[in-house]
Design a protein around this ligand. Sequence first.
Ligand code: ATP
Ligand code: MG
Length: 392
Amino acid sequence: MSYQPDEIILIKNGELALKGLNRHSFEDALMQNLRYRLRKAGEFTLRKSQSTIYIEPKNAYADMEEACDAVSRVFGIAAFSRARMAPKDLAAIQQAAVEYLGDQLRGAKTFKVEAKRSDKQFPYKSPEISREVGGYVLSHFPHLRVDVHDPDVLIMVEIRDFGAYIHAKQLPGAGGMPVGTGGRAAILISGGIDSPVAAYMMAKRGIRLTAVHFASPPYTSERAEQKVISLLEKVSRYAGNMKMHIVPFTHIQEEIRNHCPEEYFTLIMRRFMMRLAQKVARDADCGALITGESLGQVASQTIRALAVTDALANMPVFRPLIGMDKEEIVTIARRIDTFELSIQPYEDCCTVFTPRHPDTRPKLKLVEAAEAVLDIDGLVTEALKGIRTIEI
Ligand code: ATP
Ligand code: MG
């Protein structure tokens, strides 16, 4: 006989149901992402029926804690529940409710039963199920009271095609749209606080990420690079697996430092980043770039400065943090657990040659003239040749 799990995960993708014609491709992407993310938690069967996804452990080795943790980070899920499965039989349901939610009920003062019967063959109507299960719970836990408005414990009973499911209040999902449904984009990732948050935010909109990182050894260390890898690993718990392209940037920075006016160092450097990131992005089938820039945060993030970098752009540049305060960004960084890593003090190529007096109102023509002394194409080609790619 096949293994009968007594606990499963139910995902009701209400948001996705709104997507009309695209609904099927959204659901398929969600299922595929879930399968991939669950692989470390054990073996599971995934089924889809009536806009609900059922995740059932295949054997007793599957780790439900880990599975729930993984599910809570998969975009495209508004809410999910861990549920006990029971035969479609009132006595079995009553007993399952008391057993499964016993710990919660013991510590509570009030409760409420909510029943939903999608299998109309089941001989009790929803209000009857609620009443019968509620009565049984009260007989086991006489200290409880029913509170229909604001119960400490909500007992949900769902009578569905394959069985009856008992669960408590739904757990919040990660929201957003399934990664992959929004296409691909390249995130310019540094070791700072902002770019990992920007990556997370765009992945949440359904974008599959490719990462581009500029490294300037020996000015930037191996450990600085390792820090970026660790940050991407944190991001990939939400965004899924991705490739990281590490672009050698030392020679370009030295050339800028040796031949260009100091007030334009950062801008010229950012223009090189733009040229290189776009090439990497095109090769990786990405339709846009993502950066962690936020208006006014530093000299290179004024409107004028952004215009000087964007003048080179031949694809959209997404800056999801553009209107956010540092505090708002930090809140998200803490939530996705990148903050502590980001504040570790390792150098970034941006901080290596920081001008003392950057121009905050640069003129494109002047910046173009300043960089024209460099062998731009030669430097770009050389950097592209030195790219290393790793899997995150
Ligand atoms: P962050 O916290 O993301 O480092 P920041 O506020 O420090 O951002 P900058 O250092 O000016 O700002 O960088 C702005 C953006 O440029 C970053 O958010 C990131 O997208 C990109 N960037 C900066 N340094 C690098 C790098 N070494 N490799 C790739 N992208 C980078
Ligand atoms: Mg930075």
